[in-house]
Ligand binder design. Structure first.
Ligand SMILES: O=C(O)C1=C[C@@H](OP(=O)(O)O)[C@@H](O)[C@H](O)C1
Ligand SMILES: C=C(OP(=O)(O)O)C(=O)O
Length: 429
């Protein structure tokens, strides 16, 4: 689904300066949903203004939530309902390709009052949700599949859910557990949630628990193997909720600084961030870059980079940025334990392998890993972006070589970072 003209990026001769990153997608959508069901008014600042967030906001409007946005849409005052949603007529919610809207809304609506249909873009219909539906059904939820078993679109009739002992599959997406955790305080009784298999993308669960805590709910985390949540609780408005800058969005600028040599300061995220993707900076450091941490910024100074071989399950989104940073590192880089790249905006393992080969890299695409050996000279080509914002942003880094690159459908960055290319220009010499 191409929506914008190709963008030619000419070689960028130098990178330096300061760039601010917009608010975190993960935090924006979590905080909006919890603010909507909390008692009282929450004032969100530094909210992300992007497609994924607009899907959540539109859904909240349809669900009868009152909120006010500032002109630049980065501030939002939400009047919380003090309980789950309640609607009189069937609401069909179109959630685009936003996993952070589809999964948590599915769980909270399962324990709300009314009938709902959850739909999305064609790719959303290929992104699994069966593990979450199975878990919610154990608590008594009434959910059915409108097309293919295990995938959106969904039809659901909200009702009081009982909680109790619930098992959820952990090996495909942490968003299923995030969704259950967010809904569990609204269940009638306490929940004992058990993870089946090794939980992926664990740091996102920390984001969930931290956000819930800001809305007054604590959860017992038993080493990411089980979680205990008290039922029949009410979320309390967070008062002022500051959304941190997006650590995954920061990765492209940090990588640019590491590759090109100058010093780049990325503001909006720092050492106190609760987002797992800030650990991307540690990976760059291991590859040879110099990193300095501030409370609200990260500085990176470039140096010759060397390849790395690492399990990156804890940073699945930022790990994609390592795949193109590898084009500038001496040796063969291996990114491991990333099977779930295959069930995100596109099959990211296949897409990254294909586009990396087009610029001349020697690539092995495994079932759950990728290895990348850079060519001596990058090849000029057109990068297909598969309606995946991260493919577009990752391959902009090719312009840090002496080879131009064309990014097809650059506006696909609108999912999480609408003005990405403008901000990249800010630090380009
Ligand atoms: O919970 C979240 O905010 C997210 C969790 C991750 O997904 P998985 O848990 O499916 O890996 C990540 O890739 C996604 O961009 C955001
Ligand atoms: C996987 C991603 O998105 P989603 O929140 O839709 O899962 C992503 O932003 O890289």
């Amino acid at each position: 689904m191409s929506r914008s003209a190709p963008l030619l990026l000419n070689p960028i001769s130098a990178i330096s300066g300061t760039v601010n990153v917009p608010g975190s997608k993960s935090l924006s959508n979590r905080a909006l949903l919890l603010a909507a069901v909390a008692k009282g008014e929450t004032h969100l600042t530094n909210l992300l203004d992007s497609e994924d967030i607009r899907h959540m906001l539109k859904a909240l409007t349809q669900l009868g939530v009152e909120y006010r946005l500032s002109d630049d849409k980065t501030e939002c005052w939400v009047q919380g309902l003090g309980q789950g949603f309640s609607v009189d007529t069937v609401q069909t919610l179109f959630l685009g390709n936003a996993g952070t809207a589809m999964r948590p809304l599915c769980a909270v609506l399962a324990t709300s009052n009314g009938e709902f249909e959850l739909t999305g873009e064609p790719r959303m219909e290929e992104r699994p949700i069966g593990a979450l539906v199975d878990a919610l059904r154990q608590a008594g939820a009434e959910i059915s599949y409108l097309k293919n078993d295990g995938y959106p679109p969904l039809k659901m009739k909200g009702r009081a859910l009982k909680g109790g002992k619930i098992s959820v599959e952990g090996t495909v997406s942490s968003q299923f557990l995030t969704a259950l955790l967010m809904a569990a305080p609204l269940f009638e009784s306490d929940s004992d949630i058990h993870i089946v298999g090794e939980l992926v993308s664990k740091p996102y669960i920390d984001i969930t628990l931290n956000t819930m805590a800001q809305f007054g709910i604590t959860v017992e985390n038993n080493n990411y193997q089980s979680f205990t949540v008290k039922g029949n609780q009410q979320y309390q408005a967070a008062g002022d909720f500051l959304v941190e800058g997006d650590a995954s969005s920061a990765s492209y600028f940090l990588a640019a600084g590491a590759i090109k040599g100058g010093t780049v300061r990325v503001t909006g995220v720092g050492k106190k961030s609760i987002q797992g993707d800030i650990r991307f900076a540690d990976v760059l450091e291991k590859m040879g870059a110099k990193i300095t941490w501030g409370d609200d910024y990260i500085d990176v100074t470039g140096a010759p980079l060397t390849a790395i071989d690492m399990d990156m399950n804890h940073i699945p989104d930022a790990a994609m940025t390592i795949a193109t940073t590898a084009l500038f590192a001496e040796g063969t880089t291996s990114i491991r334990n990333i099977y779930n790249w295959r069930v995100k905006e596109t099959d990211r393992l296949a897409a990254m392998a294909c586009e990396l080969r087009k610029v001349g890299a020697d690539v092995i695409e495994g079932h759950d890993y990728i290895t990348i050996t850079p060519p001596k000279q990058l090849i000029q080509t057109d990068i297909d972006t598969y309606d995946d914002h991260r493919v577009a942003m990752c391959f902009s880094l090719v312009a840090l070589s002496d080879t131009p690159v064309t990014i097809n459908d650059p506006d696909c960055t609108a999912k999480t970072f609408p003005d990405y290319f403008t901000r990249l220009k800010q630090i380009s010499g």
